[in-house]
Design a protein around this ligand. Structure first.
Ligand code: AMP
Ligand code: ZN
Length: 112
């Protein structure tokens, strides 16, 4: 999608600090980290949020979780949190599906 920040990052039109890339997804460090390690994993295809996941595009979500499982092991992260915000009230600021991976500090529950 031409007007989407994360589509522009995936295309290389906006610079990012890449963690990982394959045919289906792209991972990069968050520009405003909320933990000592904080990166985002996004599908390369534009999907607005979890609310737009369907039987047609669900495979990429499973793939992203496989990538998260591998990347966190490679980075030596034993404990981490995976978060996806959906909609304004939940704090979604970029309307392209993304999973935050946060690690390296104590975390509270419930989240704020
Ligand atoms: P959310 O608020 O859940 O939609 O998450 C969007 C995330 O994207 C926030 O944590 C932002 O800090 C992050 N972000 C925004 N612009 C950039 C960028 N250019 N590079 C990396 N992360 C970004
Ligand atoms: Zn997009």
């Amino acid at each position: 999608m031409s007007d989407c920040l994360f589509c522009k990052i995936i295309a290389g039109d906006i610079p990012s600090n890449k963690v990982y890339e394959d045919d289906l997804c792209y991972a990069f460090y968050d520009i405003d980290p909320q933990a000592p390690t904080h990166f985002l994993v996004v599908p390369k295809a534009h999907i607005a949020s979890v609310a737009e996941v369907t039987g047609e595009n669900e495979a990429v979500v499973g793939h992203i979780f496989t990538v998260i499982s591998k990347l966190t092991k490679e980075l030596g992260l034993e404990s981490y949190r995976v978060v996806s915000n959906i909609g304004e009230q939940a704090g979604q600021s970029v309307p392209h599906l993304h999973f935050h991976v946060l690690s390296g500090r104590d975390m509270t529950w419930p989240p704020g």
